[in-house]
Design a protein around this ligand. Sequence first.
Ligand code: ZN
Length: 234
Amino acid sequence: MAKLFQHQTLGDLMAGFFDGSMTIEALLKEGNYGIGTMDHLDGELIVIDGKAYQAKENGELVVLKGDETVPYAAVTDFTPDQTFTVNELFTLDEWHQYLKGKLKSLSTFSVIRIEGSFDFMHTRVIPRVEEPFPRFIDASRKQPEFKQENVKGTCIGIYGPYLFEGVVKQGFHCHFISEDKNFGGHIIDYRINHADVSVQTVTDFHQHFATNNPAFMNATVNYDNLITEINESE
Ligand code: ZN
């Protein structure tokens, strides 16, 4: 079984539920590899090889201890069912088309690990917000961006099928962490120089909800413009 565990949905994050409702310690029990964001949208979450890192808006990367919380994350115990290497120079659109062609199916989720050297890596980090929480689209309008050239590291990606748009981001959602673990974030653009790619085709999708968050449990959530907002801000 290749299970993808998701805590909360991207749609509810978009609607402004930014309170952390699951600890990193509990999340790591569900998987050793994945992505997400932090309590109060305090940066980007990167989970790799069983360790969790927070990319902060000042550009710092911090190792998480376990008691920090997340409002949204998706993790898996990464067990790839196919691997291949890439040495070609692609634009991001070309690469995504190529990668889609390599996935065993576009009807289920895939989890992807792209490890290697990159000509450039362009990331952004969502900045922390305070209550009352805005919608994600408004919180995402001023995000610090970071660029490095000739960087080694890993892209942690999830492919979400069309049917699940709103529950997740449809298409690719990728975070980066450098080999030296001091640069990372949500990927805007990148170009592979040379990379080893591994892909896990997901057999089981486990959707977990923040039943411990009364604000979420008692809300009538406004999902108007949800897909537009996801496409604009993710
Ligand atoms: Zn992201």
